[in-house]
Design a protein around this ligand. Sequence first.
Ligand code: PHE
Length: 354
Amino acid sequence: MSDVQQTLERIASASDLHALDAMRVEALGKSGWVTGLLKTLGQMSPEERQTRGPEIQAIRTQVTDAIAERKAALEAAELERKLATERLDLSLPAPERPQGSVHPVSQVMDELAEIFADLGFAVAEGPEIETDWYNFTALNMPESHPARAMHDTFYCEPRDGEPARVLRTHTSPVQIRAMQQHGAPLRLIAPGRVYRSDSDATHTPMFHQIEGVVIDRSIHMGHLKWTLETFLKAFFERDDVAIRLRPSYFPFTEPSAEVDVGWSTVKGRRVVGGQEGWMEVLGSGMVHPRVIAAAGLDPDEWQGFAFGTGVDRLAMLKYGMNDLRAFFDGDLRWLKHYGFNALAVPTLSAGVGA
Ligand code: PHE
């Protein structure tokens, strides 16, 4: 039994987990000495087994318990040692994590909302799958109106008993929905996605527009012109932004005007501001009385102006991109180059009227 005592002592003073495990194998492993003792039981006479059996089992239990006890002690000591010696240096800079950026379309939409909020405009939204009535008919484009053909419309498969639907070709249907919902007076913008079956460097099947509409009792084209001028100056952050209204035609405005903005050349690039030449940026006009009536208001009492423009196009002009398709490719290199830092977005320095 002194053998056992010695083993127990060695276990109790094992210096580390590795040494302890070697002792476990030595005693309890397949060819360990305790295992050997257990094996002898089979060859014993029943009488002998009756006395030796419990003794051998007791040895096994003692050894097993001693190992478990030493193991727990060694592990606790190891933890103590780590707690005492290892430290987290909280002053080290954290590893850099990849950070997303704000897409130019989102950035420009935010800028537009900010500018028009300064001018007292609310923001409205409407559905992208729009009924034919809101997208066309209510906007003074009855069925078979030739202007419908200009829109390269995506038509939805008609469902029995339901009104015909299209992917909205412009944000103008929000004018109707807003007048129906809020009545007049009204002053709002409606940014959002629109769809046309068209694709090249300056056209994509989905793009973004922003609509503006003002309805009140004595609105005239002077208000329209001032609003657009003020908005474009704030957006392009230049005081020398000049605009020119050219007579045009939209079924939902009368009179209608296309709005050109003056540009000039800076470092070989065309930028907005100055008057070297003109480029078209907006469609606009006085809301047609039939449109006001279709939305349920009395056109003898209410009138107003509306305008619509491409958000992507505004972004291209302001931030110098030249291929619209890149906006929707999802190429991270492009976003890294043209995207905006979400935490340090350059907001408009002045806003309107500063
Ligand atoms: N909806 C027109 C378009 O998509 C733009 C527009 C809006 C024109 C409002 C006049 C008034 O081209």
